[in-house]
Design a binder for this molecule. Structure first.
Ligand code: NCD
Length: 331
């Protein structure tokens, strides 16, 4: 390991694989590529970085942002892409096993970016890659209710930029509101928060939708302060940022979502008045009734920027995976 604890990135499976040094470097690299891409020369230079690489986007769970941002991130770097978005169009319907399908993809491409309903499928694929001769990186673009590491990376980037004039993420109070039990974005972002000093996390949800012990135990083990609350209005004034998430109705097995009270866990014009003047409002999108579109016009609402940051962060991540980040001048 290098003295500053930055590691080579190969598979991207879990937010816990990233150190603070990795996060800081990825954020710097993201800002650098965003700047470069603004000029024709810079964009052309990025385009020439990875034209010899091909990517497979295997997205068998619905996706708009993550798919489009990875697809476009690949194209920014000259990577060619192919995709499967519906398992009914792959040989899995002929009974081919998941592992054989992944191995087949790996014969044609240099990286597999995957979103699945199942929780361990990215890891299973990475383990398979580690056993075969043609080992290519696997990127988890959302694994069921479990993790969404690349969303957490772009969320960190968005928070760092929002707190640019306030000393960055360290020392900030971050609130999370919504379906914290089944939403993978909050689980992943909470893990990345373990890298920051003096932060306090406030999980705001009805009891039945609260963050689970696997996450809070991990936070406690790393000495990260956190609290749980079921009262948004009570906690809102102390937050530096609020990260709002939607109800994950697709995981209902017995109409659980019906028990979520959107009148109490809702962010609209009234809540805007309770948030700090310098506060930040985030949402991974897509939104539901928890976030009023009337909030969009407030300068503290950064979720559309957050969405766009996702593409640039994914460009930076792909550059790290293929070890070409040294080709851009950090000066
Ligand atoms: C999130 C996801 O898929 O987990 N969306 C995204 O990637 N931006 C959030 C969600 O669907 O609620």
């Amino acid at each position: 390991m290098s003295p500053d604890h930055r590691q080579r990135i190969f598979h991207v499976l879990d937010p816990r694989q990233f150190s603070r040094a990795d996060l800081d470097e990825l954020c710097r690299l993201t800002t650098r590529v965003r700047g470069l891409a603004k000029t024709k020369e810079g964009a052309r230079m990025l385009q020439t970085m990875l034209p010899h690489k091909r990517a497979m986007l295997y997205f068998t769970q619905p996706s708009t942002r993550t798919f489009l941002s990875f697809n476009n991130a690949c194209h920014v770097l000259g990577i060619r892409t192919s995709e499967i978005r519906d398992p009914a169009t792959s040989s899995e319907v002929k009974g081919e096993s998941f592992e054989d399908s992944i191995r087949t993809f790996s014969s044609y491409v240099d990286i597999i970016i995957m979103r699945t309903w199942g929780e361990g499928m990215a890891r299973t694929s990475a383990d398979l890659m580690d056993r075969i001769r043609r080992r290519i990186p696997i990127v988890n673009a959302g694994s069921g209710k479990d993790q969404h590491p690349t969303q957490a990376l772009l969320d960190i980037y968005t928070l760092e930029r929002s707190f640019e004039q306030q000393g960055g993420i360290d020392g900030k109070v971050i609130g999370f509101m919504g379906d914290l039990k089944r939403g993978r974005t909050v689980r992943s972002l909470a893990h990345l928060m373990e890298n920051y000093t003096g932060v306090r996390l406030v999980f705001i949800a009805p009891d039945a939708f609260q963050i689970d012990a696997a996450i809070t135990d991990a936070l406690a083990a790393r000495g990260i302060a956190f609290e749980k609350s079921d009262d948004l209005h009570d906690r809102l004034p102390e937050l530096d940022a609020i990260y709002i998430t939607r109800l994950q109705t697709e995981y209902d097995t017995a109409s659980e979502s019906g028990g979520f009270d959107h009148t109490r866990f809702h962010f609209g014009p009234r809540e805007l008045g309770m948030l700090k003047r310098e506060g930040t409002i985030m949402h991974p999108l897509p939104r539901g009734p928890e976030l009023d579109p009337a909030v969009d016009a407030d300068p503290r609402a950064v979720y559309w920027r957050q969405e766009r940051n996702g593409m640039w962060m994914r460009v930076a991540l792909l550059m790290k995976i293929f070890a070409v980040e040294g080709e851009v001048d950090f000066g």
